[in-house]
Design a protein around this ligand. Structure first.
Ligand code: FDA
Length: 375
């Protein structure tokens, strides 16, 4: 009989949801986290009374009632609605592309007028769009592409739009209504008190060791628990034996400013190519803060190199093939559950990682009723 039922490697949302339900089942968990705090990428750092999203802006949105009900049992959510604004050389445009954007761009007022202009501009694309540039022009025409898509996207991916695949931009919503809400999901908001309120509740029953890298003493830690829930990078678990998976990273520059309102919105995108950052986050607006000062973060896209935070998996064939080889090894591993964005080499929104943890919990604890067991 080992000391713990589960050894949780990492303390992001995946491990947190697992820990929460394991605790409800009377299981004993030890959490190892290599950072000096719990929460993974949803962790908030408090500065000037403002909850700063340390690893990038996190807005909770979902269409799953099961997920929304669960997170609301852990924290009260405010009415924040993500409505980013784009700054193109001082011209301000609402996002996502909607009637407010079109009206500002062309001085028109009806959907019919907007559609007519876009239809006209799309004619330059003949046949199926072959790359992101053609796809974007076919969706929003040449003007919106030039001012709001091109520079931002090229900064983000470090490549010319002509060299990027068309499917990336399919996800950008285009609306012929005056609706600035970025997401289409049914539910949306920010937990009052910041995400740490949720994190603290998820790990409440666990023993925690911070600043501890599991891979540095893997065998010793494995001996402590019956099963491992691993949420770190999958290639590092297997000692990079087939090679390294690639990521895109980000660099954040955060500063405290002696003003109560710097930009009037939580998220402003800089869509010209010359401004080196892609967006500025003003954290207090996520919670309608009234503090005397403000905290802003400039977000710079960055090429990922070893030692940097791996943020986004590179969604190309080479990396997917490599991941599949590691996934096959993981399937053979006894008593180890691989989960979350790093172990599955997948971009997950928060609601999706919670859904995936629910599925894992249901499999692990047969007969568990998520809805009944979180109240
Ligand atoms: P997560 O990365 O949070 O946790 C893994 C943990 O494991 C980390 O804390 C890491 O330090 C630890 N770890 C790794 N290896 C270890 C080892 N060897 N030993 C010990 N510990 C180890 N989603 C959304 O719904 N709305 C949004 O607005 C955003 N915004 C957003 C912005 C940015 C910039 C990114 C990159 C992502 C988002 N997301 C998002 C996605 C969201 O961050 C994501 O769904 C969850 O954080 C994933 O939680 P995980 O538990 O999978 O990983």
């Amino acid at each position: 009989m080992k000391q713990y039922d589960y050894l949780l490697v990492g303390s992001g949302l995946f491990a947190g949801v697992f820990a929460y339900f394991a605790g409800k089942q009377g299981k004993k968990c030890l959490v190892l986290e290599k950072r000096d705090h719990l929460g993974g990428n949803i962790y908030c750092e408090e500065t000037e009374g403002i909850h700063v999203h340390k690893y990038g802006a996190h807005i909770f949105h979902t269409s799953s009632w099961e997920v929304w009900d669960f997170v609301n049992s852990l924290a009260e959510f405010n009415r924040y609605t993500n409505s980013p604004v784009a700054n193109y050389k001082g011209e301000m445009y609402n996002m996502p592309f909607n009637m407010n954007t079109f009206s500002r761009m062309w001085g028109i007022s009806t959907p019919e007028e907007a559609k007519k202009i876009i239809q006209e501009q799309r004619k330059v694309i003949k046949g199926e769009p072959k790359n992101l540039e053609e796809q974007a022009i076919s969706l929003v025409g040449t003007h919106i592409y030039q001012k709001l898509v091109k520079g931002y996207t090229e900064k983000q991916w470090g490549r010319e739009c002509k060299d990027l695949p068309a499917f990336i931009i399919k996800r950008l919503p285009v609306r012929y209504t005056y609706d600035n809400n970025y997401f289409n999901d049914l539910y949306q908001g920010i937990p009052m008190g910041g995400y740490n309120v949720i994190v603290d509740k998820l790990f409440a029953g666990c023993e925690v060791r911070l600043g501890t890298d599991y891979l540095e003493n893997k065998e010793e830690y494995d001996a402590l628990a019956e099963k491992v829930v691993y949420t770190g990078t999958i290639d590092s678990y297997f000692g990079y034996r087939f090679g390294r998976l690639q990521y895109r990273s980000l660099r954040f520059e955060t500063e405290v400013l002696d003003t109560d309102n710097f930009q009037g919105n939580a998220v402003i995108n800089y869509t010209d190519r010359e401004t080196p950052y892609t967006r500025i986050i003003e954290h207090k607006h996520f919670e309608f803060g009234t503090q005397e000062k403000t905290v802003i973060t400039k977000e710079y896209p960055a090429e990922w190199t070893e030692g940097m935070e791996p943020y986004y998996p590179v969604n190309d064939e080479k990396n997917q093939e490599l991941y599949k080889r590691y996934e096959a090894l993981a399937a053979e591993e006894k008593n180890v559950i691989f989960g979350g964005r790093l172990a599955e080499y997948k971009y997950y929104d928060m609601d999706k990682v919670i859904e995936s943890a629910f599925a894992c919990v249901k499999k692990e604890f047969h007969g568990i009723n998520i809805a009944a067991d979180h109240r």
